[in-house]
Design a protein around this ligand. Sequence first.
Ligand code: SAM
Length: 238
Amino acid sequence: MDDNIYNPEFVKRLFNRMSRSYERMNYITSFGFSIRWRKQFLSSFHSTKEKAEIIDLLAGMGETWKSVKHKLPNSNLTVLDFSEEMLKYAKRKSKEKFNDEILILQQDILQNQLTANHYDFVICAFGLKTFNREQLEIFAQEIKRILKVGGQFSFIEISKPSHKILKTLYGFYLGKIIPILGKLLLGDPKEYKMLWKYTDQFENAKNANDIFAKAGLKTEFVSYFYGCATGFYGQKTE
Ligand SMILES: C[S@@+](CC[C@H](N)C(=O)[O-])C[C@H]1O[C@@H](n2cnc3c(N)ncnc32)[C@H](O)[C@@H]1O
């Protein structure tokens, strides 16, 4: 597999191009499952009315914010993404639906300027697959750096289910049907084919979970809907 697909500039251009169709396609790609998964992956966090600091990494156009605000209504929400086109939609959403109260940062998480030991919660939905192993190691170190001691994290990513038949069907759906839908509905077939390439390489969140454990974070692997999405959650204990 061409390692160039993990080049941050390549990834940024891909998401800049996909931004005009991303939200609608996201819904179609998972039959609406992505909405449920975005709620489920926050279920390890205790609901609190306190003013917690939460950061949504690789936030795209803010697909997780509704679930975050439901779970942590008084939290200060910061979001980070490096795609200026995705963030254009995020800024509009923050203005129209969230009182312009969300702090939006355009940065590369692998070279970020976030404050150390600052966040109570770190989340990231569907952003892990465009990292290779080395980048995941940097990512884990960065999460450890920015979390407060006792702070929690949760991540989720589209994955290849382990069941053979389901894996074949899901692979066919994501790799073949989705690009056709992308072309018919939105005119973006190549970009959506790329997403399957990343998922095919990523397989599931087990490796990332191990990398986080090696970085000294307490983690727990989770599987959603027979492994069609996987993730992990945990805590910085020291
Ligand atoms: C698949 S989208 C996920 C968006 C959103 N979190 C969601 O739930 O749908 C991945 C996002 O990660 C961003 N991204 C990828 N690599 C990044 C990096 N190194 N630094 C910052 N953002 C990055 C992309 O620009 C894109 O908006």
